[in-house]
Write a protein that binds this ligand. Sequence first.
Ligand code: ADP
Length: 489
Amino acid sequence: MSSPRVLFVSSEVTPFAKVGGLADVAGTLPLELVKQGVDCRIIMPLYRRIRQRYGQDLKFLRWSMLKMGWRSMYSGLLSLEQDGMTYYFIDNEYYFGQEAIYLDYAFDIERFCFFQRAVLEALGQPMDFTPEILHLNDWQTGLMPALLQAHYWPAGYFNDIKIVYTIHNLKYQGIHSRERIADLCDLSSQYLNDYGVQMDGVPNFLKAGIVYSNAVTTVSPTYANEILSSFYGEGLDGVLGAYRHKLSGILNGISNEDWNPAMDKALAQNYDAKTVKKGKAVCRTKLHEELGLPEDPKRPLAVMITRLVDQKGLDLLIRVLDEILDDDINVAVLGTGDPFYEQEMRGFEMRRPDRFRACIMFDDALARRMYAGADFFLMPSLFEPCGLSQMISMRYGTIPIVRETGGLSDTVIAYNQYTGEGNGFSFANINAHELLYTTKYAADIFRREDGSWDALVQSAMAQSFDWSRSAAQYLELYRSLLDESDADN
Ligand code: ADP
């Protein structure tokens, strides 16, 4: 069978730039696709941190001036070969020369208008690669199918390229005024209308992605279903319903190499399923020391590693955190985000220094030490397209406590104390006391000395979340789109 040529387009890709799970997916799914025979390459913005870290190894390919309304902007194309993958980078100092990956929202809209247009321009230039499939991700790339149709199809360019659009989070849609988008993207009312790019009279990148691509995927089967309802649909449930025929859910995976307690260099002691009891005990002690929390073998340590945003159920946690701490459970939160939640977390640390730590920072190595050294991983999300943290924590033998939504429903099987089945704990409703009682129940199982906790850890570590199955599903989707186009010709 043929090997499709796929260009994967993302605003975040590990190891270059990461804010959340999108980066993990964009950094690892393509590697598995390559293993499965796909000629897959990745393109992303050249943020300052990438130039600083990889500057010497980057190969300059070409530059051009890109027209955006009245602007004429420099656009450089660079590449890097690493671990069998070709990465392309779009360079523009004005848009991507800052320390942060995302800046203020209005400027981000302009930055990613530029990025999307620059990627399409790169296709037509000597990029030494002509993709058959563009695999786009999230709002930052949602306008590309419309731009392709508006600016390239009429001149006979790229009419055969098929587009897969993956929604990692429906909440962030890329919405801005019609005048600004018309100007930045040179789009006419043929596209800027409510049948096309606009939602309720306003341009919406994510909606455009749904309308103009050939296939829309989201990152878990349950979330694919949930977003058809008004509760989870973020205002787009009607549109998604209308395009339901091209919507599917493919569960994210994680990289078994990257997330491997047996190899992880950040850990004080490496371990696998056989040595988990000893290894985790060392990591647990070290982590308590690092956090400055008193350790007791009977006192579970629950952690949360997350963007501090309302999606993650922080309001539920805040409501019952005192009661959780009173139940003799230590809690540590690692995250940055909404200043309100950052402040709340700092406040708890001040009031309960004996039980609670707030690490308000982004720190990959600390995250790894927390995945390894903790007993519980809390994820009471209001919605969760897929969620990677629960899978990572299981791999490190840390038991997730989650709300049953989206990908959390698809990956966490609630523990049944009578049969011993399950790999975590879960509760159904957006209700702080359900979180509290589920956490207390988990602590109860943890404190039993009948081997049930060890069995649960073994069952969590035995789960396989690697990319092989999901990548095969993407490959099947690519092939079906290419077969369709063969049939059309
Ligand atoms: P989302 O994509 O909604 O942010 P996911 O659970 O899918 O949530 O992915 C989150 C990823 O980001 C995980 O790899 C998690 O370990 C990582 N992460 C989140 N916050 C931090 C932080 N403050 N420091 C280090 N890693 C973090």
